[in-house]
Design a protein around this ligand. Structure first.
Ligand code: ADP
Ligand code: MG
Length: 362
């Protein structure tokens, strides 16, 4: 099976896989497509940043692009939003081919780039106003739209504050509000919560939920936070090294990983063959040694494996220092499809200084 067919194999709508999560609007394959990407490729010289990716996002869907740094998420967004030329393949926004009708495509979209772009010397309201003028929002509608959006992102009482006095989370919320001032139908957000503290991240999620309920929007969001993708998105595309490796509803993705529970346990005095012995316990589908005596065990039966694991430790004189049993997460999905831990990838990436590249050239 190719990567692409593997990625599409579990797509809801083709009769495979369990139903998507009940609390979310169910992915409707019959809804019109807001975004269609077909065999899209981006090359920088000899380097292929995006390698033959296809997917389509239905109207009203929240679609997540999930992947480590350098996976090609921003490059994909830049191509879909007409900011850089496509090397080969196609992207259509509300039916408009971005290469042939860039202006028509642009009229449909709002874009929040990865870097913060609000003007620090202007007030919150001035930042909104400047954008509204840039997008030709008629004067009469401007104030109503700004009032509504500042309310939705909970910044009404900060409207006269200078942007430089805002926290990172508030600035992000201002940029999200600003990106909607011209009533786009399709909203692209590139890592809107990267660098925010956990409380601000949750505030941004809640706010996106509010906005989506208030305005009928299609949202494409990139992130490297698994919990965020899980909570927010109707469907998720996992991207790695420029390729699409899996695409489905979060529940279906989790169900596609063999094993339904994850046991994380830390041992003291574990012998050299411990990993192998853990693997031999009933129902265990995979074992990862994470260093410092820490093991991550995927199993189809959490309670039985836990019992056997503790018995084996007692018999072998190995001390169990900590143990937790959880349901499978998107982290496990990532490991399953890429063979690597996303958090290791991020640590590697953040081990270097990663300056923003202003003025990225196509
Ligand atoms: N203008 C450019 N020139 C050369 N390489 C680039 C350029 N922009 C991005 N890349 C490379 O393409 C790959 C994907 O980058 P990017 O789309 O920014 O990834 P992500 O957003 O997933 O972190 C990276 O290896 C990056 O270094
Ligand atoms: Mg990026």
């Amino acid at each position: 099976m190719t990567e692409q067919s593997k990625a599409n194999a579990g797509m809801p709508g083709n009769g495979q896989g369990p139903a998507v999560r009940a609390e979310k609007p169910v992915y409707d394959p019959a809804a019109p497509a807001a975004i269609e990407v077909e065999h899209i490729v981006k090359k920088y010289g000899d380097f292929t940043a995006v390698n033959d990716i296809s997917f389509s996002v239905k109207e009203g869907e929240i679609f997540g692009l999930l992947g480590p740094n350098g996976a090609g998420k921003s490059t994909l967004i830049r191509m879909m939003t007409t900011l850089i030329p496509i090397t080969s393949g196609k992207a259509r926004i509300a039916g408009h081919d971005v290469s042939k009708e860039p202006n028509a495509a642009r009229r449909m979209i709002g874009v929040i780039p990865q870097a913060l772009t609000s003007d620090l010397d202007l007030t919150v309201e001035e930042n909104m106003n400047i954008y509204a003028k840039l997008y030709d929002v008629p004067a009469k509608q401007r104030q109503t739209s700004i009032d509504e959006l500042l309310g939705l992102v909970d910044l009404t009482k900060w409207r006269d504050a200078q942007t430089k006095t805002l926290s990172g989370g508030m600035r992000r919320r201002l940029e999200i509000a600003r990106g909607l001032v011209h009533h786009p139908k399709i909203f692209f957000l590139d890592e809107p919560t990267t660098g925010l503290d956990p409380v601000s991240r949750v505030a941004v999620w809640e706010m996106l939920g509010n906005i989506k309920e208030h305005r009928r929007l299609t949202i494409l969001i990139t992130t490297h936070y698994m919990d965020e993708a899980d909570r927010l998105c109707d469907r998720i595309a996992i991207v790695d090294h420029g390729k699409l490796v899996a695409l489905d509803a979060p529940m279906t993705l989790k169900a596609s990983v063999p094993g339904s529970n994850v046991i994380e346990a830390q041992f003291e005095n574990a012998p050299a063959d411990w990993e192998e012995r853990l693997h031999k316990l009933d129902d265990v589908t995979s074992v990862q040694h994470e260093g410092a005596g820490m093991y991550r065990v995927l199993t189809g039966n959490g309670s039985r494996t836990t019992t056997q694991l503790v018995e084996m430790a007692v018999q072998s004189g190995v001390q169990v220092k900590s143990l937790s049993v959880q349901n499978t997460t998107l982290d496990d999905v990532f490991v399953h499809y890429t063979g690597r831990q996303l958090r290791d990838e991020l640590q590697k990436a953040y081990g270097f200084v990663m300056p923003q590249r202003p003025g990225l050239q196509p």
